[in-house]
Ligand binder design. Structure first.
Ligand code: NDP
Length: 418
């Protein structure tokens, strides 16, 4: 395998840091040609000074001077949202790792696809909002969409080579639920997947810090308690999403789009040890799982080196030290996020984007101590109930629904404020 030239969007975040670690670990396989962040000029410069990519980008244009001063070499500097789209399309880049929290990654991801770049997607929000558009554009432009989320990377690994190739399979007329052309949309190789062999996709969830907390204690939970994830070290937004289980809800919709399976075939199981990263149950009742320690370097590396496996310095599992692997049914009524996400995923249209946007506003309000922990579910449900969903929306309709949901959620926050 030759060296892959990668642009990282969200380089200063938790996934960005792990990606930089992967690049240091396998320098002969991964070269970073671009780094982008939102406003953390110092941290971006520090990373760039070490890796020396040819281009860097900061969205916040007011901080460009700080960035320039902190750089000890002279890369090409892009700025603003336009700059983010430009760095995603660098002539020299082959793959764009989208690791921007929230919805800011959508436009640069679409620009990268149009420019023929493969995508490694950590930002689940963009698939939740606009999965139909992203996967259709990827198919039409013949680019790969490689999942970085550990669960989807696990499912990808379980599916690879295990499901019938369409041209050979006797029941090869299976189509992606929303696709006219057929295929899962994972690009050249993966569009050959025939997911009719898949009975269930089983997403594992750690259960978060409140897995065993009684629902009557939810009102008093603090951001500090919610930010203490038992198994993963991640950015604040996804950590709160893990506590509410909205993270798993978003992942159900993400799996639906990535793998072209209906929502009813996507299930969730609580697995507190976070060793089994997800499973696929096939038509014959056999189940495949992918296992590793909980370190995002594993899925990031596989997304970058796919379809090859290359040695690294990550620790392999020591089975003699794994005392137990447990699995539990989620507490659906105490953690309503899973049912809300199923409802949004099944309804489709603009409802998933609305759920996602309302959740972002509610999480920010909880982190600011303006609303209680259970208000996050309440706000999302209230905004979803008020939304008149648009079927098969274009990008403008999705962005409008996103804006509407944010305004509606802000209204709910005001009415619930402590
Ligand atoms: P962090 O909060 O740690 O980092 C977010 C990154 O995005 C930062 O680099 C930030 O830049 C950048 N950013 C934020 N807003 C914008 C914007 N509008 N334009 C450009 N850049 C922006 O998040 P995580 O790394 O935890 O998560 C990133 C994504 O990956 C999320 O979608 C999350 O759901 C997903 N994910 C994360 C996992 C994890 O282990 N952390 C696991 C699986 C998925 P700055 O620092 O300058 O603000």
């Amino acid at each position: 395998m030759k060296r892959k030239r990668v642009v990282i969007l969200g380089a200063t975040g938790s996934i960005g840091e792990s990606a930089l670690k992967v690049a240091r670990d396998i320098p002969e396989r991964m070269e970073i040609v671009g780094l982008a962040a939102n406003r953390n000029a110092e941290k971006l410069a520090e990373a760039a000074n070490k890796v020396r990519p040819e281009s860097v980008c900061l969205v916040d244009e007011t901080k460009i001077d700080i960035l320039r001063k902190a750089l000890d070499y002279e890369p090409r500097i892009f700025a603003g949202e336009e700059g983010l789209r430009e760095i995603a399309c660098l002539t020299n880049g082959e793959m764009v790792l989208v690791a921007i929290v929230g919805t800011g990654g959508l436009r640069p991801a679409l620009a990268a696809i149009e420019a023929g770049k493969d995508l490694a997607v950590a930002s689940k929000e963009i698939l939740v909002m606009a999965g139909e558009i992203v996967m259709r554009e990827a198919r039409e432009n013949g680019v790969h969409v490689l999942p970085v989320d550990s669960e989807h990377n696990a499912i990808f690994q379980c599916l690879e080579g295990k499901v019938g190739q369409k041209q050979k399979h006797p029941t090869s007329n299976i189509q992606h639920p929303m696709s006219k052309a057929g295929g899962s949309g994972l690009g050249v190789r993966c569009s050959m997947f025939d997911v009719s062999d898949v009975r269930r996709i089983i997403l594992t969830a750690s259960g978060g810090p409140f897995r065993e907390t009684h629902a009557k204690e939810f009102d008093d939970l603090t951001p500090e308690e919610a930010l203490k994830h038992p198994t993963w070290n991640m950015g604040p937004k996804i950590t709160i999403d893990s506590a509410t289980l909205f993270n798993k809800g978003l992942e159900m919709i993400e799996a639906h789009w990535l793998f072209g399976v209906e929502m009813k075939r996507v299930e969730v199981i609580i697995h507190p040890q976070s060793i089994v990263h997800s499973m696929v149950e096939f038509a014959d009742g056999s189940t495949l799982a992918q296992l590793s320690y909980s370190d995002m370097c594993f899925p990031i590396q596989y997304a970058v080196t796919w379809p090859y496996r290359v040695p690294n310095t990550l620790p392999p599992l020591d089975f003699s030290k794994l005392s137990k692997l447990e699995f539990f049914t989620p507490r659906y009524s105490d953690f309503p996020a899973l049912n809300l996400a199923r409802r949004a995923g099944e309804a489709g249209g603009t409802l998933p984007a609305v759920m996602n946007a309302a959740n972002e506003v509610a999480v920010a309000a909880f982190l600011d101590r303006r609303v209680s922990f259970p208000s996050i579910w309440q706000i999302v449900e209230e905004v979803m109930n008020r939304h008149a969903s648009v079927a098969h929306p274009d990008l403008d309709a999705i962005l409008q629904a996103d804006q509407w949901a944010r305004a509606a959620a802000i209204g709910c926050v005001e009415s619930l404020k402590r």
